[in-house]
Design a protein around this ligand. Structure first.
Ligand code: SF4
Length: 118
């Protein structure tokens, strides 16, 4: 709750169940999303134990799956799969698109809807 601008990233501590390297992925995403100033949220969870629950409350969510195929959630709803190779750049594009929508007033962040916006 310290950050008042930009992407609020929610992630799990990761464990043996993770479908991808959560810690490294979060680091890459945070580096790649530093230019986004729009308040919004992104959940990065390694598996379906906690992934869908967190994704339900964030603008963009990703949950690790088997065989390098992971689930993407948009505005809390299951939307499509993404494969390992594409994952970081794909999520960056989705966050940029969502930020542009929010900035244009065409969309509202889930954080605003759930009262989590700073
Ligand atoms: S969400 Fe899955 S990968 Fe992440 S800590 Fe929980 S059980 Fe482990």
């Amino acid at each position: 709750g310290l950050r008042t601008r930009g992407v609020r990233v929610v992630s799990c501590p990761s464990c043996a169940r993770q479908g991808f390297d959560v810690i490294r992925t979060v680091q890459k995403l945070e580096d790649a999303l530093g230019h986004i100033k729009t308040p919004m949220s992104l959940s990065v969870l390694g598996c379906v134990v906690n992934g869908p629950g967190e994704a339900r409350e964030t603008d963009i969510g990703i949950t690790g799956g088997g065989n390098g195929k992971h689930m993407v959630y948009l505005s809390g709803i299951t939307d499509h799969h993404v494969e390992d190779d594409d994952m970081v750049s794909h999520i960056v594009r989705l966050v940029e698109a969502k930020a542009a929508e929010i900035d244009a007033g065409a969309s509202v962040s889930m954080d605003t809807l759930h009262g989590k916006a700073a």
